[in-house]
Design a protein. Structure first.
Length: 192
């Protein structure tokens, strides 16, 4: 048995605390609407309408970068999905994914959106974070991912948002330095 097989078996044993019956419709809806990042578009729209345009833009940008990154990683990491195709929990979804299980692209995108929101506007994060957690839980509850797929996806999405915030700060710092240099340059050039 390889290390990955042992990890999968441990994760399956750990995930057996989740029921196998059909999930609540809210859980199913969270999983379905988050496919392809679609859930985050209306959420960003509501954020913008409530005066949180900057947070909405940053969150969408983070999600837009994180999603293809998650797909790229899944092309490199070939991991089988949990063997749960016959469970009512799994049959509740209209989708029956057979792509690589790691990472959960739903979790990657949700975490990027949620982390970027939290970094920009804590008030908006109070409403967005429960949705992020619901989407992540939905992927476990419907048995389409191993727990480590979801945790890895959450970590990857958070790192994307943190990197985006760092790049944004660096760009703002460079722009400020350029403005200061432009103001100071004439003073020194006149005295030379």
């Amino acid at each position: 048995m390889t290390g990955e097989d042992e990890l999968d078996e441990d994760a399956l044993r750990d995930s057996e605390v989740l029921p196998t019956r059909r999930p609540h419709p809210v859980v199913i809806a969270a999983s379905v609407t988050a496919r392809g990042g679609a859930l985050w578009l209306p959420v960003a729209g509501l954020m913008a309408l409530s005066g949180k345009e900057k947070a909405a833009k940053r969150a969408l940008a983070a999600a837009a970068f994180a999603m293809p990154l998650g797909h790229l990683v899944s092309l490199v990491v070939h991991r089988r999905r949990p063997p749960a195709a016959t469970m009512p929990a799994r049959r509740a979804l209209p989708e029956h994914p057979d792509s690589s299980s790691f990472p959960s692209k739903h979790a990657v995108t949700a975490a990027a959106f949620g982390t970027a929101t939290a970094l920009e506007d804590r008030g908006a994060a109070v409403f967005v974070t429960p949705m992020v957690l619901l989407v992540a839980y939905s992927r476990l509850r419907t048995r389409v991912h191993w727990p480590t797929d979801v945790l890895g996806g959450l970590a990857m999405g958070a790192l994307v948002a943190l990197a985006q915030a760092g790049i944004g700060r660096s760009a703002r710092a460079r722009a400020t330095a350029c403005r200061l240099a432009a103001m100071v340059r004439p003073v020194f050039s006149d005295h030379s």
